[in-house]
Design a protein around this ligand. Structure first.
Ligand code: ATP
Length: 308
């Protein structure tokens, strides 16, 4: 239960958080509903993960048959590398992730993980192999501990704490009235967007999946926290060579990726390293310049307001 020992202007943000949590739960339920539509084949075998390569081959998909979102898309996410998928809003970035998770099946083409068509493998083994830090982290009406343990039901309390420490959220949790036993979710204590994302990162650390996706993982954080968290995520990634994919709007957060895949209207427009794409002077370089200009404007604004 939310305690009223807070400044009143906090209530506005509580209301927004509350609405957001309800939306998150809706999202979660929707995903589960969608999930039911996709079923295991009778002879489905568990996914056999070797290197961790993901390949989309001539994939066509639309949420409605008359409106394809991905159009004959072919792309390879090489094993053990750090990859970014970028592109204008609505080009199908998150759709790629939903298809890989098999929330939907493709209409044409196929998706392979280490050479296996994901329609031929057991759904549970597939979803177990993929970890996601989503745009909005759904929180259950339960304790923080349970919310983190969702990443791995068998984890001990010590492992939960260790994951929270590595996601840099342990100190915050320790300050909550009931620590790890604090109730969160729409009927519990309200926590900030950044804290929610750290809980999501704790979950993923606990799950320790070979394929890792960050769907705008750092969007709720301020720039300083974001940089700290990104370099932290990077150091976690470097400990093991696993395939990690950043689905990003803000190019500043992904420019050091091994490979950047640029989508436009459901197809690969171009791909390469940051420098290669800048030299190409194509869509990426256009998006980069536009964002850098925006940043420069903002920096100037904050410098001005700092003076007054
Ligand atoms: P953004 O960068 O804005 O998050 P995105 O590139 O990740 O966008 P997607 O979320 O993959 O884009 O969506 C691609 C298109 O599919 C959009 O036009 C979107 O409106 C549409 N879309 C997404 N989800 C659904 C859905 N469940 N039903 C119908 N259309 C959808």
């Amino acid at each position: 239960v939310f305690q009223l020992s807070v400044p009143l202007n906090f209530l506005g943000s509580v209301y927004r958080e509350l609405r957001q949590s309800l939306l998150d739960m809706e999202t979660l339920f929707n995903l589960q509903k969608v999930n039911v539509a996709v079923k295991d084949k009778k002879d489905a075998k568990p996914l056999l993960l070797t290197a961790g390569e993901i390949r989309f081959e001539n994939v066509t998909f639309g949420y409605r048959p008359d409106r394809p979102i991905l159009k004959n898309l072919t792309l390879t996410i090489p094993a053990g590398k750090k990859i970014a998928i970028v592109g204008p809003s609505g080009c199908g970035k998150s759709t790629i992730l939903r298809l890989l998770f098999r929330f939907y099946d493709v209409q044409e083409g196929r998706i392979l993980v280490d050479g296996q068509d994901i329609r031929d493998v057991g759904l549970e083994s597939l979803q177990k192999a993929i970890g996601v830090v989503p745009q909005d982290t759904p929180l259950f009406n339960d304790t923080i501990e349970h919310n983190i343990r969702y990443g791995n039901q068998e984890a001990s309390h010590e492992q939960v704490v260790e994951a929270a420490k590595r996601a840099r959220v342990h100190d915050t949790i320790s300050q909550f009235p009931d620590g790890y036993g604090t109730m969160v979710g729409e009927r519990g204590m309200m926590i900030s967007g950044g804290e929610k994302q750290r809980l999501a990162i704790s979950r993923v650390i606990l799950k320790d999946p070979p394929l890792l996706f960050f769907d705008e993982a750092t969007s709720a954080l301020d720039t300083y926290t974001e940089q700290a968290l990104l370099s932290h995520i990077n150091s976690i990634l470097k400990e093991k060579s696993r395939t990690s994919v950043f689905i990003a709007h803000r190019l500043r957060t992904i420019y050091d990726c091994d490979l950047i895949i640029v989508l436009r209207e459901g197809q690969v427009a171009e791909s390469g390293t940051h420098q290669e794409l800048i030299d190409r002077a194509g869509l990426y370089s256009e998006l980069w310049s536009a964002q850098e200009t925006q940043f420069a404007d903002k920096d100037e604004e904050s410098a001005l307001s700092g003076e007054s």
